[in-house]
Design a protein around this ligand. Structure first.
Ligand SMILES: *Cc1c(COP(=O)(O)O)cnc(C)c1O
Length: 432
C-alpha cells in the first residue's frame, strides 16, 4: 500500500527499491529539514511568500517532516492543505504578540526535577524524550524543539523516577516529551520496567504522535513490549480526518488489539480543523478505529502560534454540533489549559438554563426546553469523613487521607472553609 506520491518521494530520496519505506528508522533518518528538499520531493516550486524568510523562521523554530507525512500533502491547494499547514513553517510564526509566552502553561515552574511537571495531586507529566518524528508547527513546547540543552539524559530520567518513587500520591504517570516512541524499544522498556517496580504507580500513559506522522513506528515488537507493562493507555494526536490513512489505521489496530485503551487529543487550529463538519468526521473516523476522542484543546498562548488560534466560541460551536448529535463517547472534552499553570479547564455550551428550589430548567441539543423536578424529601447524609459510622457502607480504606481542595472544599460538610480568597487580596489585608 503505497501511493503514487509516496513512490515519487521514495524514488527521489533513494532512487532504487522501495523496501525501506515502512521502516520507521529510515523515515526518521530521511526526515525533511530543508526547503529545497520539500520542493524536490513534492515536485513543485513553493510560492515566493513561503520561500521568503524561511531561514529566519527555521533558525528560531526548526522544521522536520517525515517522508510519510509529507506524502499526504495535496499540492493542488497547498496553502489550505491541513497537512502542509501543520508541518511547513510560515512567516506568521515570527509574529509574537505581547500576550504570548515562552512557557504559558507554567510547566517549568511546577517542575520539582527537570523532566517532571507535577501539577495535579495524583499524576505527573514525565518528559522522557526531547525528539519528535515531526516538528508540529502548533507545538506548545516550541520553545524546546531542537534545543539540545533540554534533552533529558538518563541521569535526569533516573532523577524523575526517584521523584515518582518517593512521592506515594502519584498513581498515574504520563510519559511525554518530545515523543516517547522516538526512544528505542529497549530504553522505553527500561523506563516502563522501572515505573512498574513502584507499587503506587497504578497506570502509565503515553502521549505520542507517531500513529499520525510515523505510523510504521508501531511495530509488532514495540507492541509486544508495551503489553508486558499493562495497564498502559495511549493518547494520540490526530487533528484532521485526512490524517487517518491505511497506515495509521494499521498502527491503531495493532495498539488496540494489544488491549491498549486509545484516546486522542486534538488541538483546535485555525485553517486546519476549525469547522464542525471536519471535527465530526474526525471523531467518527477515530471511533471506527477504536480511538476515543479525549480532549479538544484551545490553542495555547505559546510564542509562534498566534496564526493558529481561534476564538473560544469556535470550540463551543464545535461541541454544540457534537453533543446530542453524535455518540456520547465521540465527544471530546474541550479544554483551555489555563495560562500561568492553572491546568486544564473544561468549557462547554450551557444546558442548564435556570432553576428554582425544586426544579431545574434544561435545554437539549435540539433546543427543546424541559424541566426536571427535584425530590422534595432528599435527606442528605451529613459527611464528617467518618466512614465507619456512615449509613453508606462504603468503608473506604484510605478515606482518612482524603482531604478536599478547591471548590470541592467549599461544598464539603466536614470542612469549615466558607470562602476562597486570592492571596494578594488587598481588602483582606486591610482587615483587622
Ligand atoms: C494534561 C496534564 C496532565 C494529565 O491531565 P488529565 O486531565 O488527567 O489527562 C497531567 N499533568 C500535566 C502537567 C498536564 O498538563
Amino acid at each position: 500500500m503505497i501511493s503514487e506520491q509516496q513512490k515519487h518521494i521514495y524514488d527521489e530520496i533513494e532512487g532504487g527499491t522501495r523496501s525501506n519505506w515502512h521502516d520507521w528508522k529510515w523515515q526518521v533518518r530521511h526526515s525533511i529539514r530543508s526547503l529545497e528538499t520539500v520542493e524536490k520531493l513534492l515536485g513543485i516550486r513553493l510560492p515566493d511568500d513561503l520561500r521568503e524568510q524561511y531561514a529566519k523562521i527555521t533558525s528560531k523554530f526548526p522544521m522536520s517532516i517525515t517522508p510519510y507525512y509529507l506524502s499526504l500533502i495535496n499540492t493542488d491547494d497547498l496553502k489550505n492543505d491541513p497537512i502542509f499547514r501543520q508541518s511547513f513553517p510560515v512567516i506568521d510564526e515570527l509574529r509574537v504578540l505581547k500576550t504570548d509566552m515562552a512557557d504559558p502553561l507554567g510547566e517549568d515552574k511546577d517542575s520539582p526535577v527537570p523532566c517532571i511537571t507535577h501539577r495535579y495531586p495524583d499524576r505527573v507529566l514525565f518528559l522522557v524524550s526531547n525528539t519528535c518524528a515531526m516538528y508540529c508547527r502548533h507545538c506548545t513546547r516550541k520553545r524546546r524543539v531542537g534545543d539540545k540543552d533540554s534533552i533529558p539524559g538518563k541521569t535526569q530520567v533516573i532523577e524523575g523516577l526517584d521523584y515518582i518513587r518517593n512521592t506515594p500520591r502519584i498513581r498515574d504517570v504520563l510519559l511525554s516529551g518530545g515523543d516517547p516512541f522516538l526512544l528505542s524499544d529497549e530504553y522505553l522498556d527500561w523506563i516502563l520496567t522501572e515505573l512498574r517496580k513502584i507499587p503506587h504507580v497504578e497506570i502509565i500513559r503515553i502521549g505520542t504522535r507517531t500513529p499520525v506522522v510515523l505510523p510504521y513506528r508501531i511495530t509488532d515488537e514495540l507492541v509486544e513490549m508495551l503489553k508486558k507493562h499493562h495497564p498502559v493507555w495511549i493518547n494520540s494526536h490526530f487533528n484532521h480526518p485526512r490524517e487517518i490513512t491505511a497506515s495509521s489505521r494499521a498502527a491503531l489496530k495493532k495498539l488496540a488489539d494489544a488491549g491498549i485503551p486509545l484516546g486522542n487529543q486534538s488541538v483546535l487550529l485555525a485553517g486546519v480543523n476549525d469547522c464542525p463538519r471536519i471535527m465530526k468526521s474526525l471523531v467518527h473516523k477515530l471511533a471506527v478505529n477504536r480511538v476515543r476522542p479525549y480532549y479538544l484543546y484551545q490553542c495555547d498562548l505559546s510564542e509562534g502560534l498566534s496564526h493558529f488560534r481561534t476564538p473560544v466560541g469556535k470550540g463551543i460551536e464545535i461541541l454544540e454540533s457534537l453533543i446530542g448529535h453524535t455518540s456520547g463517547f465521540c465527544v471530546p472534552t474541550y479544554v483551555i489549559d489555563a495560562p500561568g499553570g492553572g491546568g486544564k479547564i473544561p468549557v462547554m455550551p450551557n444546558y442548564l438554563i435556570s432553576w428554582s428550589t425544586n426544579k431545574v430548567v434544561l435545554r437539549n441539543y435540539e433546543g427543546v426546553i424541559s424541566t426536571y423536578r427535584e425530590p422534595d424529601s432528599y435527606e442528605p447524609a451529613f459527611c464528617d469523613r467518618n466512614c465507619e459510622d456512615c449509613s453508606l457502607t462504603l468503608h473506604l480504606d484510605d478515606a482518612e487521607e482524603y482531604k478536599a481542595v478547591g471548590i470541592e472544599k467549599l461544598l464539603a460538610d466536614y470542612d469549615k472553609t466558607i470562602s476562597l480568597v486570592p492571596e494578594n487580596n488587598t481588602r483582606y489585608h486591610r482587615r483587622k
